[in-house]
Write a new protein. Structure first.
Lengths: 397, 397
């Protein structure tokens, strides 16, 4: 390795200024608060949260007050118990590991994040999908969960091991009817996992009111925390099984690790920036979910305004019930065919106007997220898109 | 939740100044470089490494140059292929998931980190321990690996599924004879995993020369990266199996995720501070392992000097071959019995002199790590310990 060449790794940068408006579909909820930025450096080193760990369990640390924070997190999610994990996927993996057997089948929504499929694959599970309505709404018919549970029972001779629903999907930003799925799951006696990676931390979510057995959240997706950190909340009925303590014993040494939980692999290794930023952002996160109606209002305005551009159409549920918005944009795609920068013309034009987050090169469709943007920012982004359209010969109504 | 009360989460701090000398046994190798601190804030937000991801695989990202970095990491570990993971434990879990079946037995050293036991437990494996010599050296007899492999074969009718060795253990800082274990493993045809969480990034480690099939490393333990990030290196023989691509297919949608790797659960969620700091620190890490002999020299000086305090004795291999040093300190413990601050008198006195990292309250024994301390710092810490001893009536020779 050429040591001079290696130096470029020191100089990595996102090349964006503080003033940039980030509309990235999966980044808005993870943008750090000012409070999180303040603690980032102090807790940058490995194990920096563990300076005063006396019980070999990070969730018992009193300085900083992790132990209280975990209690407050449980209140916020409205679950009986909660643990941080190394990401939402690790929370899903833990549940599957704890309550399923290889060869079991789980029922999931066909809009689920890829990590729901992959964690099932890692646990050697089969998946049975609940269909959606397809283009243009991609609406999940939650009543189909009953039919799919029965299909699994008919074909395998036993009930599915788990029902999974994605609260809001990452592709269309569709909000699912959780209570109905919870009712169906409970009617059949199948445990129910809700993936709230795009909801917990940006809108009000009560595990108890929704009737979920397992509530999964993502700190870096929706709680203004640094990657990676997820949350796994559950009820007192399931806590013992899901957070089962280690029972393994060294056959020669007799060593045991009874303080550690098996399925989250001991203390989740988030004992640096992820947990520190999650804590520092928490007061603002608790406050911001109370104003979710205003966020939906902005997303609707945004969607309607962007659709004034000829040939642009919002996909997914209308009017929007979430701030992640997906548009198809054949008119932009037509421009890209003849533009010297191809589909990159949108990215270039946005960057020039200090807007980031639209996938570089894509023109057929694009996704944005308006969460936590001010009205001024929303209007500026709308105007910019409309300007880009007009400059490229597309009519704006 | 009382919103005023929540505010204290914003103000969390380690309460240490830049000038503090950190001698924490498991923190030294993870202390961020100046370069890492510089990129921390820029990449603080969730998915900040993914602004220019075009192939749905973080290891292919060109801006920042993750794709080149992964190649350089493989060179550094001297393995054919490497992937970041959400921590060393997740690397071990991935290997166990990929190549073992529930009910299999693995052979491991009895000095292994708890996460080696827990990942085995999560994978429903049995463990067979290779004994150590006990107090005071805790020396692993690596030749015993052969006997233990045969014991497993005799009692279960098949060879163990995996042999695991901890390169340097976290308790005594003993350095293991890797090549011998590799030879034994290969003689029996059992794959061999080396846990280099306390070696890769602080001393030279070549997966190829040592003959390991799987090399596990920890960014936040030994490569000056923010938690959590681990590395999983392997040979071209094993790469396909360990980094197996997803084959799951939605039964209704036909969705597939062939870009994602099953056992590391897709793109490892380290796409923020962990990967950014690992990259930024990398040039210094590559350089620092070349000077390992000087680190050992400092550790030996430190150990010898501390043992000049009456009643203090270094545990583990002598002379030291690693910078993690464990002392038993009955003379300190005697003081603690009558001190108004009990065992905290050591912590208090060190803190007053701006030294941190010794476990608060412990006096019977204590662990420190001298890695990357300057000679001046080493001498200052030694003098401080000797002063504390003398102030409490303990003779220093």
């Amino acid at each position: 390795m050429d040591s001079a060449k290696l130096q470029r790794y020191c100089g990595i940068s996102r090349n964006i200024e503080e003033s940039f408006i980030n509309i990235h579909p999966i980044q808005r909820g993870g943008v750090l608060t000012a409070e999180a930025k303040k603690v980032l450096l102090d807790f940058g080193d490995g194990y920096s949260m563990c300076d005063f760990c006396f019980e070999a369990r990070i969730v018992t640390v009193k300085k900083p007050p992790v132990v209280d924070f975990i209690q407050d997190l449980a209140k916020f999610l409205d679950v009986d118990e909660v643990r941080p994990t190394a990401g939402a996927r690790h929370a899903k993996r833990a549940v599957m590991e704890a309550i399923t057997e290889p060869g079991d089948t789980i029922v999931l929504d066909s809009l689920a994040h890829y990590t729901t499929y992959i964690t099932a694959e890692a646990a050697k599970l089969n998946v049975k999908e609940v269909p959606h309505s397809g283009y243009p709404d991609f609406l999940l018919n939650v009543e189909d969960y009953a039919a799919k549970i029965e299909e699994v029972e008919d074909s395998t001779g036993k009930l599915p091991a788990l029902v999974v629903l994605t609260h809001v999907d990452y592709n269309y930003g569709n909000l699912s009817d959780v209570k109905s799925v919870a009712e169906i799951s409970h009617k059949y006696g199948v445990p129910f996992l809700l993936n709230g990676a795009y909801t917990v931390g940006i809108m009000p979510v009560s595990g108890r009111n929704l009737g979920v057995d397992f509530l999964v959240a993502s700190g870096h997706k929706s709680m203004s925390a640094s990657a990676p950190i997820g949350l796994l909340g559950t009820t007192s009925e399931w806590a013992e099984k899901i957070f089962e303590r280690s029972k393994i014993k060294g056959d020669w040494s007799g060593r045991t690790f009874g303080a550690k939980e098996i399925h989250i692999l001991g203390c989740p290794p988030v004992f640096g920036p992820p947990l520190a930023t999650l804590m520092a952002s928490f007061p603002k996160v608790v406050e911001r979910v109370k104003h979710w109606d205003k966020e939906v209002e902005k997303a609707r305005y945004f969607s309607e305004s962007i659709q004034k551009i000829d040939g642009i159409k919002q996909l997914g549920i209308k009017p929007k019930e979430h701030t992640l918005v997906h548009f198809e944009s054949p008119s932009f795609h037509d421009v890209a065919q003849h533009h010297k920068r191809k589909g990159f013309f949108i990215y270039d034009a946005l960057k020039k106007r200090k807007i980031m987050g639209v996938h570089p090169g894509l023109s057929k469709s694009f996704k944005v997220n308006t969460f936590n943007l001010s009205w001024d920012q929303i209007k500026y982004v709308v105007e910019t898109f409309q300007e880009i359209a007009e400059q490229n010969g597309i009519t704006v109504q």
